[in-house]
Design a protein around this ligand. Structure first.
Ligand SMILES: Nc1nc2c([nH]c(=O)n2[C@H]2C[C@H](O)[C@@H](COP(=O)(O)OP(=O)(O)OP(=O)(O)O)O2)c(=O)[nH]1
Length: 135
């Protein structure tokens, strides 16, 4: 059986990466992750990402290419991350379901208290943000 996929969005603007801080469950509360969530039956991965960003952040995004490799999650799921851009470049994402959202500079990414799966993606996220910075 194919593993079920949790999609994550690496949204970059002006050389900064957007992350969100979980409010629950207790063991994840206060830790940071990328916007996203489970792909539902019959939904494409980009559709799931657009839906989750609208639900969680109140913004529309354009989905770009893959970032990093799949990261295994507990329960046989995988975390699959895509680059993304705000459809409206001056929109302000807000924490609808989360404790907070924040834009991080590349230099801050290693010290963020990421969920374990997201921690594995920090090198790929650094590459992405640095490339955006110099371009
Ligand atoms: N969205 C998201 N989930 C992540 C990341 N890293 C990570 O380990 N996860 C885990 C946390 C959750 O166990 C699972 C995603 O579930 P979720 O609660 O965000 O997604 P969902 O909207 O489909 O869930 P549900 O509450 O509707 O059941 O993946 C990440 O960067 N983004």
């Amino acid at each position: 059986m194919k593993p079920s996929v949790v999609v994550g969005a690496a949204i970059v603007r002006g050389g900064l990466l957007l992350a969100q801080q979980r409010a629950y469950p207790a063991e994840a509360a206060g830790r940071w992750e990328l916007p996203g969530g489970r792909v539902e039956a019959g939904e494409s991965e980009p559709d799931a990402l657009r839906r989750e960003c609208a639900e969680e952040l109140g913004v529309a995004v354009a989905v770009l290419g893959r970032v990093g490799a799949d990261v295994p999650l507990p329960g046989g799921k995988v975390l699959r991350v895509f680059g993304a851009a705000l459809a409206d470049p001056v929109a302000e994402p807000r924490a609808v379901e989360h404790r907070a959202v924040r834009w991080f500079a590349a230099a801050e990414l290693p010290a963020v208290d990421w969920l374990p799966a997201d921690r594995a993606l920090v090198p790929a996220l650094l590459d992405l943000v640095s490339a955006a910075d110099s371009g």
